[in-house]
Structures are given as structure tokens and as C-alpha cells.
Design a protein around this ligand. Sequence first.
Ligand code: TXA
Ligand code: MG
Length: 321
Amino acid sequence: MILQAASLLQAGKLVAIPTETVYGLGADALNTNAIQKIYAAKNRPMTNPLIIHLPNDEAMSDWAIDIPKHAWTLAKKYWPGPLTLILPKHPRVPLSATGNQNSVGLRVPNHPMALALLKVFGGGIAAPSANRYGRISPTTAAHVEEELGSQVDLILDGGPCQVGIESTIISMLGEEPIVLRQGSLSAVEIADTLGLPSISYRTSSATQVPGQSESHYAPSKSLYLVEQIRFLDAVQQLEKRGDKFSVLSFGVKPKAFLSQHLWISASNDPASYAHHLYAYLRLLDHSPGDFILVEAPPTDIAWAAVIDRLRRASCQASPLF
Ligand code: TXA
Ligand code: MG
């Protein structure tokens, strides 16, 4: 399977690959035709740059130039792992892979199948999440099939992704590192590793980072995020007025809740919650309810990446009451 995947990549085809975060839609990062196919399959704007996946940290200097010391420190500590570094691009990286920018996103994924493929293939694999643009990222091979089906030449099934949400993205382009996208690896931990008091977040510029555009990771149904303190009241009120909806909560289903509607009781542990999040959102999206009600997690740093994804999944919704 790995050999077949490597030769498909060499032939300019698309291969969906499992990683520890989410599944990626992979192509040869040096083949501009193959890169065009990624954008076409996802229906993704050409200005949104792709992440290039590498077999190990030494390969970083084949894809980036002027690599600062902090970048090496992070790569050595966290790769393979859920961290993407944005660096000045090497001249050989095609502009079509970087959305016409002079920077490039690099990461070494921590999944045995992805690493085996990268080793056999020998080059870099450009791979955004294997979903249609703006939709929920896939965390199983079946999700990739559901999102992209026949547009992928091969789907490597590496089981459910362990982390479940996309990598933390850090820009290393300026004087100080900046968090462009939150992930399971927190800004606090990265600041600690670099001996910095803190790391700031970039909050705007949706064109450069689609993961930062307000609506993203979104189910087709409206999703409402309700604070814990108001949650059960909201459920009761909505049921009273006859609404049909599905729920993602931390608590167990109340006896009165209509049995035909889906009620998912999620874990209180942020890592476990993140691991299941996108599969839950897909289930809720496919359930018979008209909309989705989600009990907001605690506003604690450990939940920051999960809250970020839930907010982006919810922002299209019109008012609940
Ligand atoms: O966990 C992940 O990062 C997954 C797996 C497959 O590795 N990939 C992923 O890719 O989430 P994608 O394309 O869905 O999100 C990549 C993000 C985008 O928001 C993109 O804008 C940002 O990385 N990015 C890539 N290169 C960049 C660059 N040169 N400057 C700024 N942002 C960049
Ligand atoms: Mg994505």
C-alpha cells in the first residue's frame, strides 16, 4: 500500500494520508500540476497556502531558508508532532504551494504510515486537511471518502487520528514567534520551551490563514454554543417550544429529552474531547435534529484549541432565542 501510494505521488496523483491530527490530501510538493489538483478537489481558493509534510527535521533546510534558532529548537523538540512552522521559503518550493507567498508551512507528522510514506517517497508531501473547503476536517478514512470520494486516487487507512484537531501553527517570520492557529500543543508550552515569557496570537488576516477565517470547520446545520450555566435551561426551553435538535454536552441525557434526538455526552478531558470532536460533529450533522446545541467547555487554557474550533463551527448561526 505504501509503495503504491509513493508511486501514485510520483505520478502526480492525490493520496489521502493519515496523520496524528487529521487526514491530509497529499500531493508531490514540487509538482505544480498535482498541487492544482489539491485546490480543485477541495474547492479551495488558490491564495490559501498548503502545509508541506517532511520525513524529519533535517529536511527543513531543503524547504526553507534563513531558519532561526528557535525554529530548530521547536522542530527538534516537537517533530514528529502536531506543530507547523512558517518559515521563509526555499526558492525551489513552487509558489502555487504557498499561495504565492514567500513563506512556507512545514511539519513532520507523527503517524507511522505517513512517516513510512514520506521515507519511501523521498520528497515533501503538500497536504491540507482532506475536506472540502470550509468543512469539518476528516479524522477517519471513512470521513475522507465522504468528503472527497472519487477525487482522491488512494486513501491510506491509518485508523482514527489520535489528536483529532489540526496542528498548532507558529509563524517564525518575525522577531518573535506568533501563533497563527491554536492546536493541542499550547502557546504556553511553546513559550516555555523557547524561554519566552509568552507568545502572542495573530487574530486577523483571514486570507493568509483560512483556519483563521471566522466560519470554518463547520457542519451544514446551524451550531449553537451555549454556556454551561445556561445549558440545561436552554435545552428545556427549546424542547418546550417544540424544537428538534441534537446535543453535545458534558452531562448525561435528561430523562425528559426526546429519545429520537441524538444526545452525545462528551469527555471532561480536553485531549479526549478533541480526539472525538470532528466525528461527533459529523454524527450531529447527520442526525435528525434541525440544529445542533453544544455545551461550551470551560474557558481554561487547556480547552483553548477546542473552543476555537467550536466558535468557528458556530459563527454562521442565527440567534437561538
Ligand atoms: O494538522 C494539520 O496541520 C493538518 C494535517 C493534514 O497536517 N493540515 C491542515 O492543513 O490543517 P490546512 O491546509 O487545512 O491548514 C493549513 C493552514 C492553513 O490555515 C494555511 O493558511 C496555513 O496552514 N499556512 C500554510 N502555509 C502558510 C504560510 N506560508 N503562511 C501562513 N499560513 C500558512
Ligand atoms: Mg483545513
